[in-house]
Design a protein around this ligand. Structure first.
Ligand code: SF4
Ligand code: SF4
Length: 134
């Protein structure tokens, strides 16, 4: 009985544990795993994220040097973030609003350390060198 009275007094004196949503904006807990974003300056187009994604929502296009991400298909599991060797993927605390349309996000990769970009640069330099000789 004493314990119940103690709890009642404590709860009356404390702030409410719930917020007045939707009148006050919802605050996500720190560390919430929501939307995924790709950093094209860090990515090396290795394809690990695509292979590890259980929802099949990442496509790495090496030739086009782009990453295609199906936002509305993503289950926010965070596997891609964990496997990326260059920390090019991050998960923020913002959720995309539900949508009836598929939302696809493209990221252009510009990292000069990406093997395909390196190879293209070397080929272009070689061609330029040959053109000078002629
Ligand atoms: S968070 Fe999970 S489902 Fe979403 S893109 Fe990454 S691996 Fe795929
Ligand atoms: S985002 Fe990371 S895991 Fe995915 S292709 Fe780029 S470097 Fe590889």
């Amino acid at each position: 009985m004493l314990k119940i009275l103690e709890n009642i007094v404590k709860n009356v004196a404390s702030k409410p544990y719930t917020s007045k949503y939707p009148f006050t904006p919802y605050q996500h807990f720190p560390g919430t795993r929501a939307d995924v974003t790709f950093d094209g300056t860090k990515c090396i187009l290795c394809g690990l994220c695509e292979r590890s994604c259980p929802a099949d929502c990442i496509a790495v296009h090496k030739e086009e040097t782009t990453i295609e991400y199906l936002n509305t298909q993503c289950i926010r599991c965070g596997y891609c973030v964990r496997v990326c060797p260059t920390n090019a993927i991050s998960q923020n605390e913002v959720y995309t609003k539900p949508s009836r349309e598929k939302l696809t996000v493209y990221t252009l990769v510009t990292n000069e350390n990406a093997p395909i970009i390196k190879k293209r640069k070397a080929e272009a330099a070689k061609k330029a060198g040959e053109a000078k000789k002629d």
